[in-house]
Design a protein around this ligand. Sequence first.
Ligand code: ATP
Length: 710
Amino acid sequence: MSQNIQVKRKRTRTLDAAPRAGMSLRSVPQGMFLDNEADPIIGEMLARQSALLQGNLIDSHFATATTAEGSTVAGNENSIDEHTVTGGTDDITINNNNNNNHNNHVGEEEDDDLIFVKEQPVQFPAPLDPHAEHHYTSKKFKKQRTISLPQLPHSKLLYEAAQHRALPHRQNDDDLLHLSGSSTKTIDGNRGVTLNVVKSLSPLSVNEHGSPVFKRMAAGPKISRLVTAAKKKNKKDFFQTDKEGHYVYRDEDNFCNGRFVVKSLLGQGTFGKVVQCVDNTPSSLQSNEFQGFEDPFSESFEDSHFDLDFSTPESNVPRSAKMVAVKIIRAVDRYREAAKTELRVLKAILDNDPLGQYQCLLLRECFDYKNHICLVTDLFGKSIYDFMCNNGCSRFPGSHVQAITKQLIRSVCFLHDLGIIHTDLKPENILLCDESYVGKPLSQQELSNLSPRRRSACNGERKFLTNPDVKLIDFGSAVFYNEFHPAVISTRHYRAPEIVLGLGWSFPCDIWSIGCVLVELVTGESLYPIHENLEHMAMMQRFNGRPFPPKIVENMLYKSDRKIGNLAPDLNATVVKHFDRDSLALKWPERNSKGEIITKERSMRRILSGCDRLDKYVMQKIRQDHGDWLVINWDMSAEDNWALLESQHDEQVLDKEVFLFWYWFLDLCQKMFEFDPTKRITAREAINHEWFNYGILDEGIASFGKVQHN
Ligand SMILES: Nc1ncnc2c1ncn2[C@@H]1O[C@H](COP(=O)(O)OP(=O)(O)OP(=O)(O)O)[C@@H](O)[C@H]1O
């Protein structure tokens, strides 16, 4: 769901990293990202380049790993209780107290995530004095560290894929044309959902405190007069629906016969509203487990013909209140039907991960109240989008980007193994479990560069989360892989090319969205801040530094010409017509019959100056945190890149791990932004990507575990 707060995001053109004299250049472009003018035989080249680069980097990776072998904490340990690291100017104390959600499996499962920064001397003096205080300089630390990031909670899946369906996460060529899912399966699936109806009591049966009092209903015409009078009297308990089927939000409103008291509006969208409520469940019924589709209250509601008031202090049923989030779906058939799919998805998640170890929102209860399907879930913090909006610097530090990405990929891999495609991954749908942060004052210069809104929202600080633990929410658009696939899914900015081009889509569309989220976390700006197809496609080509592969365009033309599957009604007018049928190239900028450019200047500027090849675009932002020395030239191998950096800069300013961290980050991005969904990296492959073997020592690590603000 989009939030109301809008922060204007701006982009600037990035600097090109030109190859330096004296360095070895290959005869073919070696970059993972090709220049726009590059040779069209891209697939083969990319594979070769990737192999070459990996070959180069395997050596350096091994070298680093070997250096650390002698350390006491090398290997798979993740249970270091406390370390004090003196690095640069900051003393970092990091406590391993943050994994409480996931303790159950830590012992059972070997996990190669090192959650905390480690200090690893190359050789301890022997014999090692356990009481001696060891302080290590930043320099030593850098040399000896192998992994140094809070990767919460685990790196590995806690189940064997074979136990699940282990569906092929990758699409095949046939899917590009024919994948549209079965609507019968969706309808049948939804038909199986039986919702517990919670009857609303007559306003008559609400006492002056707004609490339910069960009475036998009066009969006859007298009732309407009494009801009107009672409505006036008991304004509080008046859960209203507007003419569009939305619940009308009111502070302190209460519903479900006094059980939920509305405290604030968390969000609203097409599907309905999400409200924060106090849940006055009788404590005997309160548990962390899903109550099923049967509401524990219903029996008493249906059968009660006696006075029974269990919300007053005198009640003999003990009550305890807790805060929950309730998604109140619009009372409109279409949305009710969609909510049933959401319910099935949430149920599948809950059945397979009752402890919530895969970062997905868990459904605690659901019921039907006054024709609104209500989903009760745990309450979490603000979304990472909101956190970014209110931050003096919206970029996340690398260590946090990595920690969030790891959770996200793992969560999505879990969903994909269950046959679920989320389809709406975006920063708004990733919630923080803990909103506390450490604030670092911004300089006058930095403050003056902020928009007035951001300046007042950020409190003059750049904020660093103390715990980058997140939860994935909003399964309202999620689909089961074999059920009906709508023609258009995803929020525009995070929409994969196969969706824009009207091809069959599946699990890979989630991976593209994760790529967009990842870049947004690093740069602090939406990668695709656009609203229409042509500009979107032109931008995709620009960021990828190459045109859409002919196979993809051919499939699009074949599918749209023959009207195969469900296609967006405007596909021809907004997408297909912009491709040249002979060359299969995107016709951008647009030209009239005389060959004059008719694309608006603003749009031209947005694409030509606002975007750049992704690696250059991203690196420009990264340099703001790590210094200007950090330049990666994709026309050269990693080794040559590093040799060049060493020849140009004082050793003190360089950090090979920072270089490798960002190098592999960009490698992962490149694999996520593969145009062809049949070749895009899968979630399962991404979990094991090289990037997660590298760490980075930054403000994210320094703030980890500290508590300053909320
Ligand atoms: N469990 C929760 N805890 C805290 N906030 C929540 C929770 N669930 C939802 N929200 C807030 O409500 C917003 C809307 O929730 P959600 O995305 O599920 O609704 P939606 O109507 O499906 O939105 P959209 O129209 O984007 O699909 C979220 O962005 C989030 O800010």
